[in-house]
Design a protein around this ligand. Sequence first.
Ligand code: KG4
Ligand code: ZN
Length: 343
Amino acid sequence: MCALILGIETSCDETGVALYDTGKGLLAHTLHSQIDLHAHYGGVVPELASREHIQKLVPLIKKIIQETNIQLEQIDAIAYTQGPGLAGALLVGASVAHALAFALEKPLIGVHHLEGHLLSPLLSEPRPTFPFIALLVSGGHTQLMLVTGIGQYTLLGETIDDAAGEAFDKTAKLLDLGYPGGPALSRLAEQGRPHVYHLPRPMLGSGDLNFSFSGLKTAVLTLVQQEKKKSSMLTMEQKADIAHAFQEAIVEVLAKKALKALKQTACRRLVVAGGVGANQQLRTRLNDEAAKRKIEVFYPPLSLCTDNGAMIALAGSFYLEQAVEAGQGFRVLPRWELGTCSA
Ligand code: KG4
Ligand code: ZN
């Protein structure tokens, strides 16, 4: 039997809501991005994020209900991001989800945010089949995982310091590109020239599948300082060349480690998810390398790479049997390892 799931995402700086039908697929999703609110501060201000979620979440739910012409009573279950993320921001989504579920007498599913990202390529056609290697590259995480089924995730490697998205954001900040830096740095990199600067490829020879990106950020800092000694301001051309070198370094490390994971596990499918998965250079590199090796690569739709409610509704749809009743109290899990039980 088909089920209709309302998905709610509020773990960081996007308020996302979606309706997913297990028979018909994604019916609608809507998003409020807080970028403008946080840009002024150069990063996410947790308290402001929570307040903005409070203001936007209920209107977004009303909007999606109206636009799809669906009655709240038709919803079979409510999935919300239970963690990891900012505690206050998570609490907003969890409170609204529990209140709605209580009022409508519908079951609830607390979803792991990373599992949402991990499964988001299943919202695209063609869908990847199991097993696959997942390269999860977001603002908070960089992980390589062997995925053999829903809920069956083996961590193969992860960052020992900064996440890939974090490295993009911090480097963008060094180049005064504003917040969030990833997309801005990536746009600028396209205008940069190759081989003007060379940056290190951290941990490429480490022999394992772990990553480290804080040294890369420091290398950019040193390069910026050196260039500023010659002339006090960086020109836009210099910034573009540095952005190009940075992107090339990070993309090479991500691609080579992902290929190594595929080789080690003899997997023929790669799934890329999380905000950095929107990076065009990364996509091109992975597609080229994979084509040479007859490996299939899957991505979520571009609009669903960054945080959204659709991936939460989808992930929730796989856990309908574990859904719980509202009214039992609740807690969020700001720190939560994927693969460990939430209880
Ligand atoms: O998955 P996401 O929306 O949030 C987390 O769960 O962290 O990822 C956000 C991250 C940010 O660091 C952002 O700069 C990065 O993804 N990002 C990109 C691009 N688009 C978003 N990084 C590089 N290139 C992009 N095109
Ligand atoms: Zn995310």
